[in-house]
Design a protein around this ligand. Structure first.
Ligand code: PGA
Length: 256
């Protein structure tokens, strides 16, 4: 059985002060070790330390970053290394988010290097794929997602595939209030799993978690998480509110 992952992508929100407040306001129930559910938040780099300090001792909420560089160190102004994330104890790193792809020119080849680096250094990559609206309208969404998945995961072993998390985020549903229907999400998640079975093997493909992302919130999470191939959510807007995030964890806990 795949463990559901509820992961918050805070994007460029929540400085150290707000981050500390978030943890004080999070329900105790959401911080418990819940069988079959994992919860994580990914604050901006400057708030990571605050998140580790503010997280209650014994809290099961994991902490991740939103990006990382693929080199060990050196002349890469503005970048952060996996070693730096490991000093803090980050469990996850979001890679290839559509905003990184669109505004910062990241392509599948760069994402692939980052995925390999994170895996080599023991940080679980959450690898994002997803089509833009015009691609869906032109009925090219399967083709686009297939290419992104193949490119971003190129050269990984089947064993490595089981150590990553994939997030399907239709770009037209991110921050727009528009969500993929549970059927649309399930259809794409099943398709991704099928592609992974062909690229790697059945076992690895059935083990890897595929999250849905794009306007997931307490109102629609239950229906999305009920889909057999939806193994959690990568949540932007709703993850900034401790009450909503707590509720999303509770909804996930009610699934299995
Ligand atoms: P959203 O963002 O939940 O605000 O749509 C999701 C994401 O971009 O990861």
């Amino acid at each position: 059985m795949r463990t559901i992952l509820i992961a918050g992508n805070w994007k460029m929100n929540m400085g150290p002060k707000e981050t500390a407040e978030f943890f004080t306001q999070l329900d105790d129930a959401a911080q418990k070790n819940i069988e079959g559910v994992e919860a994580a938040v990914c604050p901006p780099f400057v708030s990571l330390s605050a998140a580790f300090s503010a997280r209650k001792s014994g809290s099961a909420v994991k902490i991740g970053a939103q990006n990382v560089h693929f080199e060990d160190n050196g002349a890469f102004t503005g970048e952060i290394s996996t070693a730096m994330l490991n000093v803090l104890g980050c469990d996850f790193v979001i890679l290839g988010h559509s905003e990184r792809r669109e505004y910062f020119g990241e392509d599948d080849a760069v994402v692939n290097k980052k995925v390999k680096k994170a895996l080599a250094d023991g940080i679980t990559p959450i690898v994002c794929v997803g089509e833009v609206l015009s691609e869906r309208k032109e009925d090219r969404h399967f083709e686009v997602v297939k290419e992104q998945a193949a490119g971003s995961l190129d050269g990984l072993s089947a064993d490595e595939l089981t150590k990553i998390v994939i997030a399907y985020e239709p770009v037209w549903a991110i921050g727009t209030g528009e969500t993929a229907s549970p059927e649309q999400a399930q259809e794409m998640h099943a398709f991704i799993r099928e592609q992974l079975a062909a690229l790697f093997n059945e076992d690895a493909a059935s083990t890897v978690r595929i999250l849905y992302g794009g306007s997931m919130k307490p109102d629609n999470a239950d229906e999305l998480l009920k889909q057999p191939d939806v193994d959690g959510g990568l949540i932007g807007g709703a993850s900034l509110k401790p009450a909503d995030f707590s509720q999303l964890v509770a909804i996930a806990a009610g699934q299995k």
